[in-house]
Design a protein. Structure first.
Length: 86
């Protein structure tokens, strides 16, 4: 199995959100808006760059815990729907 988690740079994903960036700028009258990709895998793993990214925008590690809980809950719902949940 290939692990693409560490190879994710997010540039192709960020370009998808250019219209969202413009909308946020217009609605909240921001001069600058940055969007970056935060990947949390099903088992809660994150890239090594995750902590640098959340520090850059002054988030705490609580963002990781909340994100991991959300991902685990969402995956559980998916497994349950597909009939694979315990």
């Amino acid at each position: 199995m290939t692990d693409n988690l560490s190879n994710t740079d997010g540039r192709e994903c960020v370009t998808k959100y250019e219209s969202l960036i413009l909308e946020i700028k217009n609605i909240w009258k921001f001069n600058n808006v940055s969007i970056f990709l935060l990947v949390i895998r099903e088992e809660g793993a994150v890239t090594r760059k995750f902590f640098k990214k959340i520090e850059k925008v002054h988030f705490t590690e609580n963002v990781l815990r909340v994100g991991q809980k959300s991902v685990l809950h969402t995956c559980h719902i998916g497994r349950k729907f597909l009939g694979h949940a315990p």
